[in-house]
Design a protein around this ligand. Sequence first.
Ligand SMILES: [Zn+2]
Length: 323
Amino acid sequence: MTSESRAGCKVVEIRFNTPYEVGEANVFLLELDNRLLLVDAAADTDECWRDFQDALAAEGYSVGDLAAILLTHSHPDHVGLVNRIAERRDIPVYAHPDAVPRLTRDPDFLSMRVEFYARLYREMGCGEAGERQVDKLRAALSGNDGLRIRADITAVRESDRAEGTVVLEVPGHAPDHLAFWLPGSRTMFAGDHLLSRISSNAFVEPDRDGRRLPSLSNYVRSMEKCLPLRPARVYAGHGDAIDDAAALIEHRIGRIRKKAESVRGLILGGKSTAAEIAQAFYGDKYGTLFGPVMSEIIGLLDFMEAEGQIRSRYADGIVTYTA
Ligand SMILES: [Zn+2]
């Protein structure tokens, strides 16, 4: 746990172990205008709950002192303790409107989402590997009730104020991703939008109507949007805070362009479906990390197509690409 004061506001970073593959996740206590805010809420485990209360106590607070919760995005390693807090204290919970069906585990939305992936993987030529992934997603639907956030959500959008912070929409890693910005100290609470050690996945997701979002193109735009703000410090959802966001953003976008160039090389070499490209690019990981691998390749293909570098063609239920 680290604690520091910046331009009149106090920030306490708390690191939690989570049961997710990512390992540790950060949440932040932010004391702003004499109100205690919580940015993100770790995972829903007894260990996180105990560690959270210990961290509050170490700073002289308790759950009863919390004035609001600000959620950067709807992923379960960022929202886990919301129900436990809301059961004890009725406080506003801010999130993007598109986070609502995901946080409340809306059954219609989640069924639509599974069908979205079923069709996507079919069209991308994934065959049996895609069907296996969809079977897993379908089986996971029954476990959704345990993940349902029961607190009322206060929906906020670009430029809205949330408890003295300015809301920025930064879709990409998640379609409902927000950053909370303090213009005075040029401080950003960025969730998984920017991470110091690992690049964020821009997961392919449907919008509310089941259309595929251009996640990677959105992600690049969201990173570029942060540059003119010249953040002095970015507090991230995993790992250390970032003091040179501009250099990191340039680096991340450069890496994406390089990967896109490699994918284009595979297409020029004769690979034509997203599944073929993913297998050539990632080898065994295509089988072991199917979801993230396909997400990345489809994201890169959409990104390049939007830039006019490649073309897609839909015939007989399959999408093929040419460069
Ligand atoms: Zn995330």
